[in-house]
Each structure stands twice: as C-alpha cells, then as structure tokens.
Design a protein around this ligand. Structure first.
Ligand SMILES: Cc1cc2nc3c(=O)[nH]c(=O)nc-3n(C[C@H](O)[C@H](O)[C@H](O)COP(=O)(O)OP(=O)(O)OC[C@H]3O[C@@H](n4cnc5c(N)ncnc54)[C@H](O)[C@@H]3O)c2cc1C
Length: 407
C-alpha cells in the first residue's frame, strides 16, 4: 500500500533555499516537511561562499556564534590579475557589514548546521533519501507532491509546496512554468589543488584566451577554470597534461600541487546557466532559489540569493500561513519582492560576462589590458566598498521578521 502524509508546507529540495526556509517555517510553528533526494549533504563541491548577507541572517537568528565555530576561511579583499597587472576590485571591510567578510565553508557544513539547529523545532521534519517525482493536483491547484522514499512511493498532501530543487528542478516543468533563458558564454571546470605555505590575494586571473579563479582555502586552492560554452569535450580531447600546463601557465602558484589533478575525474564541469521564471507560482505552489532563477557563478552569489529568497518567503508568508491557506496572489508577493534583486544581480553577471569573460576567452597574442572599470575601481578605494556591497550584501537585503513560535 502506498504511504501517505499530510503537512502544512512541503519543501522540495534541501539546498540553501530549502534548508533555510524549513528552519524559518519550523521556527514559526508551521508544520513543515523538507524532502531531500540525497541521503546526506556530502556531495560534490557546489560552491561554499557564505556572504555577509547570510552571516547577518544567522546573526538575526541568534546562530552566528555557533556558526562561526565551524571551520571556515575568511576573505575580505578581492583582487584581479589582468595579464601583468594586479588590481583591487572589491574590499568588504568598506561595506559597513556587521560581519565584513566572506566565510568559505563547505556547503554540507552549512546545511548540516541548519538541520541540526532546526531539530529544536518540533514542527520541522527533514526527510532524506526522498525524491519528489511529480506534483499532486486538484482542480488546477497544487495539493502536494508524489515522492519516492527509502520505503517506496509516498503521497504527501500539503497546503503549500515550495520548490527549492535547484536549477534542474523537476517541479517547475511539472507545473509548466516558463523559463526565460538569459544565457552565458562559458562553462566552468572546478577542481582543487593542494597548497603549501604559499599564498596570494589574487582571485581572478585573466590572460589572452584564458581565465580562472583561485580561492585560497588554507590547505588547498579551490580553482575554477573558465572555458567557452560547450567546449569541455574539446578541452578534454587535448589531454589532462595539456590542461594542467594551461592552468600552471595562468597561475604559477599552483605548480607544486597541480599533480593532484590526476584525471578528468578530479575535474567537475559546471554548465553555467542564467535563467529565471516569468511566473514563480501556481495556486498552492511557489518556486524560489535556483529553481526560480539559476545564477552564473560570477560573484559567487547563488547561495546567498537562495537564502535571501527563503528569508523573504518566511517574512511574507509565515504569519499568514498560521492563519490558513494562501492565495496565489499571497505567494506571488515573494516574486514581487525578490524579482528586482534577481534581475539586478543577473544584469551585473551579464555585464561581467560581456565585458570581461567574453574578452578573456577570445584567443589572442596581445597581452590583455585591464578593463577601464577595473582600473577606476582600483584607483578609488571608496569604490571598492560599493562593488563589495553589491557582491557581499546584494540588492535589497532581507532581514528576519518572520515570527518565532514559543514552544
Ligand atoms: C560546481 C558549482 C559551484 C558553485 N559555486 C558557487 C559559489 O562559489 N558560490 C555561490 O554562491 N554559489 C555557487 N554555486 C551555485 C549555488 O550552489 C546555487 O546557486 C545554490 O546552491 C542554490 O541553492 P538552492 O537551494 O536554490 O538550490 P540547490 O543548492 O541546487 O539545492 C537543491 C537541492 O534540491 C535537491 N533536489 C533536487 N531535486 C530534488 C527532488 N526531485 N526531490 C528532492 N530533492 C531534490 C538537491 O539534491 C539539492 O540538495 C555553484 C554551483 C555549482 C554546481
């Protein structure tokens, strides 16, 4: 017999958006079920930048002291290396943020932390190894999800379903929501290289025909090598040795550890996409995070936008949910609040794509010249606070206003 469950809110996906929303709704005393298809959060690297906007949210939730006890690295100043010139592009110490740094922390630590802290809320349940496969409908209203769990299929009926299942969402096609593709000229190859005592503040390295980002993670470098869209097979065909040589030419500091990249198994392809839904809702359904808007890795803002969406969702809907069912207009308030920051951030990513990345990926023999914008920002330190604010805090930052139930 098929198992069935009933809950007030069913969240599909336990990434940053789903786990933060689950925490906030559980905290508000709303019966909430988070479904995560994987058995745990220990998966491939998929970004580990916790920005000051998210640290602020953790602070407002009273979680910051415990959170910062988890191992992390701090980054304040973001430098770019263009051909032969190093320029400062952003300085988070100038943003006025309460926690003025990016905390680099494996995403699984962040998600485990939210799950552990959420256990204090009896109304919140996280079901691992449970994959949503389709939506349940009744008269044009989403009334829950079909899922498969370790024990077999389950039907979960819910007053509200929130899709937080990321850029490859199964919910949004089930709901027939249209996706507006903005496009990106590149894909990214992620890998790590072990590190000795050497250190460099440079983040982005750009030379004619080549670009990569190196993040100093204490004992290793987390590297993102940018390639032209769809060229992974071409890069692979040249062989791993040629790839390693390209990397070291661009970032000589990686020379001592590059042997760590033994085969293509050590390299993870991120197919970069920028897109967004034109409509984030159906009656009974809301999409947030990457499920509503996939972000480019430019600025490392995807996790933080997902968290901001979750905070806005709880702010706008939690108190109303405690009183009863929500109309689609109530749900659409989340899009009305969050679409502007999403559009602004994606516009910034497109500007960087068009003015820096496309240029960097064009093969040429001339040494690359830093763009005017980068030279101006480098020359005027106060501008480094503005660029940092855009990346680290973002447009229209959210603060926690959702209720906390007294249990
Ligand atoms: C290689 C890589 C590097 C990145 N680097 C950065 C970075 O440095 N900084 C940054 O901010 N962002 C980065 N990102 C982007 C960032 O990871 C996302 O923007 C962010 O995680 C979005 O959060 P989310 O909760 O909306 O979705 P996701 O993090 O994608 O979470 C979706 C969750 O839903 C689960 N799921 C999916 N389908 C189902 C289903 N049917 N049923 C149940 N569960 C399901 C998934 O297992 C996953 O846990 C990177 C992404 C990748 C892939």
């Amino acid at each position: 017999m098929q198992a069935s469950l009933k809950t007030q809110c069913c969240i599909v996906g336990g990434g940053p958006a789903g786990m933060m929303l689950g925490y906030l709704l559980g905290r508000a005393g709303i019966e909430t079920l988070v479904l995560e298809k994987h058995a745990d959060f220990f998966r491939d690297f998929r970004g580990d930048t916790v920005h000051p906007s998210t640290l602020q949210v953790m602070d407002e939730l009273g979680l910051i002291d415990d959170f910062l006890k988890l191992p992390h690295d701090k980054l304040q100043k973001l430098d770019g290396y263009f051909g032969t010139t190093t320029l400062r592009l952003a300085d988070i110490s100038r943003t006025g943020a309460k926690h003025p740094f990016i905390a680099f922390m494996p995403q699984w630590d962040f998600l485990n932390f939210l799950r552990d802290k959420g256990q204090r809320y009896p109304k919140l349940k996280v079901m691992m190894s449970t994959e949503a496969t389709d939506l349940l409908w009744s008269d044009g209203v989403v009334t829950g999800v079909k899922a498969k769990g370790p024990e077999g299929p389950i039907e979960i009926s819910a007053d509200l379903v929130v899709a937080c299942d990321g850029r490859h969402s199964v919910v949004r096609p089930s709901a027939k929501l249209d996706v507006e593709e903005i496009g990106a000229p590149m894909d990214v190859l992620w890998f790590r290289v072990s590190k000795g005592s050497e250190s460099e503040s440079v983040l982005a390295r750009i030379e004619s025909g080549k670009m990569m980002v190196t993040l100093d993670r204490g004992t290793y470098w987390q590297c993102a090598y940018v390639i032209a869209k769809g060229q992974y097979e071409v890069v692979k065909a040249r062989g791993i040795e040629a790839f390693r040589a390209d990397v070291v030419e661009l970032a000589p500091i990686l020379k001592s550890g590059i042997a760590d990249v033994k085969s293509w198994d050590d390299v993870k392809l991120l197919t970069v996409a920028i897109n967004r839904l034109t409509r984030w809702t159906r009656p009974g359904l809301l999409c947030i995070g990457d499920a509503a808007h996939a972000m480019s890795p430019v600025g490392g803002v995807g996790i933080n936008l997902a968290v901001q969406d979750a905070v806005a969702t709880a702010n706008l809907l939690a108190a109303k949910m405690l009183k009863g069912r929500l109309s689609e207009d109530d749900l659409d308030a989340v899009r009305r609040r969050r679409e502007f920051p999403v559009r602004m951030t994606q516009a910034m990513q497109v500007i960087v794509q068009n003015n820096v990345i496309t240029l960097a990926l064009k093969p040429g023999s001339e040494p690359i010249k830093p763009p005017l914008f980068a030279r101006v920002v480098n020359a005027m330190p106060w501008l480094q606070g503005i660029t940092a604010r855009f990346i680290a805090i973002g447009v229209r930052p959210e603060h926690v206003h959702s209720p906390e139930a007294i249990s």
